[in-house]
Ligand binder design. Structure first.
Ligand SMILES: O=C(O)CCC(=O)C(=O)O
Length: 283
């Protein structure tokens, strides 16, 4: 497994093909599908739509509902809507933690940050510019924070794959500024000027991507007619300061060295969530 960590150190990211199986991901897809179904029923009962598009597959239904009422995604990602045991089980899945263990050791904390992204066709809101995650997580650039990103549908260039600049983490956190019409801060200097190689990640359901908080990446425009659903969550070595990040209140230990088990139960995490100040702050 030495190659895992060597490649990760060199590139700043890593894709593990078929790390998970259909049964590992299906419960979260069921949660997301339920959210879509509930929203469709509400809109139908309010008389806003005349069809709930029940027969449409996961990768089309939410888009069809929004199109029918001439609406768009209100947010780039879903948080509270998908808070569930299925999500917790995926975040703390031994297969996920086994990958992380090769990179940061076996004392692993979940940082509390998670998003399910409904990336719609032709949508700017969910098309993220070149960035390093530390640009959006103040005071994290001196520690390692890992994002695990899982496609919930097969992903390729056409429907909004992620692109990476291999090795770009080695130059550290760059300077960012806000520009008109961009929802996210962007680097002052375009990173492609110093990194010519762009790696576009075609990924299948079950593949696992892990990347660090300093590697440059972006999310392509979705030019297909399907939704590019994905989920991502973040981790660090236990004890790494989260410096008051908004999700700190729902951070928890995910694996302990002695047993290599997750010491946090779903009930524990639920209790943290119930007590957290940001509960309900995000959709
Ligand atoms: O899922 C995406 O489209 C973007 C994800 C991303 O850039 C991130 O998690 O930092």
């Amino acid at each position: 497994m030495g190659t895992y960590s060597e490649k990760f150190a060199e590139q700043g990211y890593l894709v593990i093909k078929s790390a998970l199986c259909e049964a590992d991901i299906a419960p979260l897809i069921a949660v997301v599908s339920d959210v879509v179904d509930k929203r469709a029923t509400e809109l139908y009962n309010e008389g806003v739509i005349s069809d709930t598009y029940e027969a449409l597959p996961f990768e089309h239904r939410w888009h069809a509902i929004l199109k029918a009422c001439d609406r768009e995604n209100e947010v780039f990602g879903w948080h509270t809507l998908v808070f569930s045991e299925a999500l917790f089980d995926l975040i703390t899945h031994p297969k996920v933690l086994d990958v992380l263990e090769h990179l940061i050791g076996s004392d692993i904390q979940f940082n509390g940050d998670f998003w399910v992204r409904p990336k719609l066709p032709n949508e700017k809101l969910t098309t993220l510019p070149w960035h390093q995650d530390s640009a959006y997580m103040p005071d994290t650039e001196n520690d390692t924070h890992l994002t695990v990103w899982l496609p919930l549908v097969d992903v390729e260039t056409e429907n909004g794959a992620l692109q990476f600049l291999p090795g770009s983490h080695k130059a550290g956190l760059q300077t960012y500024h806000r520009v008109p019409d961009e929802a996210f801060a962007v680097p002052v200097l375009p990173p492609t000027a110093s990194h010519t190689e762009i790696d576009t990640l075609d990924m299948q359901k079950g593949d696992l991507l892990v990347f660090n908080n300093l590697v440059f990446h972006r999310s392509l425009f979705n030019r297909s007619d399907m939704i590019r659903w994905s989920v991502d969550f973040r981790f660090s070595r236990t004890g790494t300061s989260l410096n008051g990040l908004w999700h700190e209140a729902i951070a928890c230990p995910a694996r302990v060295c002695e047993t290599r088990q997750c010491p946090t139960s779903w009930q524990d995490w639920c209790a943290q969530w119930e007590a957290s100040p940001h509960k309900g702050r995000f959709i």
